[in-house]
Design a protein around this ligand. Structure first.
Ligand SMILES: *Cc1c(COP(=O)(O)O)cnc(C)c1O
Length: 405
């Protein structure tokens, strides 16, 4: 190592890179207050506001059904640890394959109307591993797809054609244009999120399938925010009866299913191929057994539907309340993007809402396009009537303070 890195000219000036982000309001910080599973959380805000160490309501997590702190799910995790062990100990292909994995995969496949499912150590690993293993020649990817899909396309080193968000006509035009120069042996993949995490809208999956089918291409969907919430737990594909038309149903165990890990469901040959060829599966330790056991129990509870009814009641009340104040609330799912536009306004609103006892995150570039900053409000099934009122009061007062209402 050189005595003086600056003198060599080849060091990394990370402090400078961080300052540049800070300067354009894009620096991010870890925040224990936001990283929560419960619907309430005590946070020490002594440095930021008058209500130090107060209890905050969490309207910012992906734990939509509140199952991460559910007794039954917690017990299932503990039982998984006792019965199988805290870790899988090795890759599934070595000695890490356990009953906890097999039981979860069987239930996931049944829920999704698929032959078989395969669990990965995260949703991110499922996306990058699956897309790279499929090794497509051309990928058609929705403009707002999740970063893990984007990274999967990069890792696959495929020609990636981005189509307009949720626009099957644009998808068809781009596929037709590409068809004119295609070779017969090319493998094409159309890939889309079903529920978009930052805009709360739903992809027209049936239309995308129809377009893909017209070109003999495969369709892959990412149900991260739909699994456990729509279609009796199975997601949008299940809700719309498309299991036979979607070739690759991917999702995560880390959102409504309150655990950790990702999965892919599809036909026998897909799963058999992925467990041979997906490097993020082959060369990574098997999903931790407590996570597998917890996800399985959460899936069972989600499928029974009672939590979902509570979730939709809370979503409707928050949406109607915010809209009646004059907020522009977009989307059509449990994810409520409260449109602000300017990133500084979004930060200010989020901070004021937090001072009033509610955690809701400001979403800024590069997560979303410039000029479309928003507050992402995610109600949970376990929020009480009083929680809903607190949230609405916080947004009303904060919106007036910031000058948005
Ligand atoms: C969260 C998310 C992922 C990644 O899942 P993890 O299990 O958190 O790694 C993938 N796709 C989408 C759409 C997501 O929202």
């Amino acid at each position: 190592m050189a005595d003086d890195p600056a003198a060599t000219g080849h060091g990394f000036d990370l402090d400078q890179r961080l300052r540049e982000r800070e300067h354009v309001n894009l620096r991010r910080h870890l925040d224990t207050a936001a990283a929560v599973a419960k619907r309430t959380r005590f946070v020490d805000d002594s440095t930021t506001g008058p209500t130090a160490d107060a209890e905050r309501l969490v309207f910012a997590s992906n734990n939509y059904l509140g199952l991460a702190t559910d007794d039954r799910v917690q017990r299932a995790a503990a039982c998984g640890a006792r019965r199988v062990g805290t870790g899988a100990g090795a890759s599934r292909l070595i000695t890490g394959d356990t009953g906890a994995h097999r039981e979860l995969e069987r239930d996931l496949a049944a829920c999704k109307g698929a032959d078989r499912a395969l669990v990965f150590s995260s949703g991110y690993a499922a996306n990058v591993g699956t897309i790279a293993a499929l090794d497509p020649d051309v990928i058609f990817s929705d403009a707002l797809n999740h970063a893990s899909i984007v990274d999967g396309c990069r890792l696959a080193d495929a020609e990636t054609i981005v189509y307009d968000h949720c626009n099957p006509d644009d998808l068809r035009d781009r596929m037709a244009a590409r068809e004119r120069v295609a070779e017969a042996s090319e493998d094409w993949l159309v890939v889309t999120d079903t529920v978009f995490s930052m805009s709360g809208d739903v992809a027209p999956v049936a239309d995308c399938c129809a377009v893909a089918e017209a070109f003999g291409a495969w369709t892959m969907v990412d149900e991260a925010h739909a699994t456990g919430v729509f279609g009796d737990g199975g997601g949008i594909v299940t809700r719309e009866g498309l299991a036979d038309r979607v070739d690759v149903q991917m999702g995560t165990l880390s959102k409504a299913l309150a655990s950790q890990g990702g999965y892919v469901a599809g036909d026998e040959s897909l799963v058999e191929y992925l467990l041979n060829a997906a490097r993020s599966f082959v060369f990574s330790t098997g999903l931790a057994p407590p996570a597998a056991a917890a996800a399985r129990e959460a899936l069972r509870i989600a499928r029974d539907g009672e939590r979902t009814v509570q979730l939709w009641e809370n979503v409707a009340r928050i949406r109607e309340g915010l809209e009646s104040m004059g907020y522009d609330v977009r989307g059509e799912t449990q994810i409520l993007p409260v449109w602000v536009g300017d990133r500084r306004d979004a930060l200010a609103l989020s901070k004021r809402v937090r001072e009033r006892g509610v955690l809701a995150t400001a979403i800024r570039p590069p997560t979303v396009p410039p000029g479309s900053s928003r507050i992402r409000v995610t109600p949970m099934a376990t929020h009480t009537d009083a929680d809903v009122r607190t949230c609405l009061d916080a947004f009303e007062t904060a919106g007036e303070e910031v000058g948005l209402l």
